[in-house]
Design a protein around this ligand. Structure first.
Ligand code: PLP
Length: 462
């Protein structure tokens, strides 16, 4: 039995899988401020047309460009590992496999899409990409990708993270990107906020406004904006994770997994590992597919399915998704990447259909799981990833009680070596759980009443 199942570079998948082609009920279209579906050209100042085409595509398989594959092969195919030490510790009959996405240069799954997005932008004649970042995972992934493809990169980083987590900013600088704290003096949106609140700690919403303004006001037309999760084309680029896993499980002598698990912030690593298996489920396979979120930011488990803005500043089109409301201010939990108010439309429609069954975990349970993981398997996971691990451990224990030989597959989305502050707080007993009070959920959901409702359509198959 092998602890890690490796594919040769020649065996890397050469196409991405598009779930939009197979969803039994079609995705609801994005809407403009007038409540009417937007046309692709309305997005043209923000994204290059080749990525807009991917965003609206319903073609099942989309070729991965050769040059993108070449760069991905710096760390891909990623290993599929068997968590044998954890299995032995738990005494479970379950077989636990995980895709190790922590081995990419920036340390997470995010460069899978950063490299693809940078390439398509370059192909379209774009010279410069701008984006926002919270804790810095996405900013560092895009900085890395832009360096390899010779694009300029500018990152608006939420000021409080910029000050509290300087090391991700250093990574961006090492790869040659400019990273400024947001709100900044570089945009109208930033200057306006600084005038009123010179000490503003910033927010993801403000940073998004600054990045979009930066992109659309470049009169040369050579700048575009880039987003690290949520959108259809981002999820598409991540499906290479699950497509590799499928080949690797076969090499390990397994058939389809019984369960597929991933943590979900905007939904991209979860989509990456699970969508190729969701296709099997749509074709009749019996697979439990579980996205896991923090109890403190319960988008999938307690929020409404509704049209909402993707950002706090209400600049994006309206997306049909599970959302806590665009003004939602998440509690300061350590899993920074899981604090987004919404959820990818493709993942959301899959939940409406019953293809995916979401769960929520409080952060103390997640750090407990992360510690058990580090003390058995040996690696220190990102606080985001610990949500998937907490769910895996529960399911492995359940398999033990039921005496069932389940095959569990999950996505190890990133390492936690830049997030040791959270571990320090947990070990010092200083970590608090935040159960979001219902009245707070209701208060932010009030904003949604002014926006179009999203009709709930399901085939009734699950
Ligand atoms: C950003 C991030 C996440 C959450 O983003 P998704 O788009 O939901 O995948 C999860 N894990 C890690 C390590 C991240 O950096």
């Amino acid at each position: 039995m092998d602890y890690k199942i490796l594919l040769k570079e020649a065996e890397i998948p050469r196409q991405w899988y598009n779930l939009a082609a197979d969803l039994p009920t079609p995705l609801l279209p994005p809407l403009g401020p007038d409540g009417k579906p937007i046309s692709p050209d309305m997005l043209a100042p923000v994204f290059p047309m080749n990525l807009i085409e991917q965003e609206v595509s319903t073609q099942r398989w989309i070729d991965i460009p050769e040059e993108v594959l070449e760069i991905l092969c710096k760390w891909r195919p990623s290993p599929l590992r068997r968590a044998i030490s954890l299995e032995r510790y738990l005494g479970t009959p379950a077989r636990i496999y995980y895709k190790d996405e922590s081995l990419s240069p920036p340390g997470s799954h995010k460069p899978n899409t950063a490299v693809a997005q940078a390439w398509y932008n370059k192909q379209f004649g774009i010279k410069r990409l701008v984006t926002e970042t919270g804790a810095g995972q996405w900013g560092s992934a895009l900085a890395f990708a832009c360096r390899l493809l010779d694009l300029e990169c500018k990152v608006y980083m939420v000021r409080i993270s910029y000050e509290q987590k300087p090391l991700r900013r250093v990574m961006m600088n090492v790869w040659g990107a400019r990273c400024v704290p947001s709100p900044s003096q570089d945009t109208n949106a930033g200057r306006r906020i600084l005038q009123e609140h010179p000490d503003s700690p910033g927010s993801l919403g403000i940073a998004i406004s600054e990045a979009i303004e930066d992109a659309v006001t470049d009169t040369t037309g050579k700048t575009r904006y880039s987003l690290g999760s949520v959108l259809n084309h981002v999820l598409l680029h991540q499906t290479i994770i699950g497509l590799e896993a499928k080949k690797q499980l076969q090499l390990a002598g397994e058939r389809l997994p019984d369960m597929v698990i991933g943590c979900a912030g905007g939904g991209s690593n979860f989509a990456g590992i699970s969508f190729p298996f969701a296709a099997d489920k749509i074709n009749g396979a019996n697979i439990e597919i579980i996205p896991v979120e923090p109890a403190a930011c319960p988008t999938m488990t307690r929020a409404k399915f509704h049209y909402d803005f993707g950002d706090t500043a209400c600049m994006t089109p309206l997306l049909a998704m599970f959302t806590l409301g665009h003004a939602f201010i998440p509690p300061p939990i350590h899993a920074g990447g899981l604090r987004y108010h919404g959820m990818a439309p493709l993942v959301s429609q899959g939940i409406v259909e019953g293809l995916f069954a979401p769960r929520a975990y409080p952060q103390s349970r997640c750090f407990e799981a992360a510690l058990l993981w580090a003390r058995t398997e040996g690696t220190i996971c990102a606080p985001e990833t610990s949500h998937a691990i907490a769910c895996v451990i529960d399911e492995a224990n359940k398999a033990k009680q039921e005496g069932k030989e389940k095959v569990i597959l999950f996505c190890y989305s990133g390492h936690g070596l830049m997030d040791l502050g959270g571990y320090d707080a947990y070990l010092a007993g200083k970590l608090q759980d935040y159960e979001l009070p219902q009245e707070q959920i209701d208060r932010y959901a009030k904003d949604l009443e002014k926006l179009p409702a999203a009709p709930v359509r399901r085939s009734g198959r699950w």
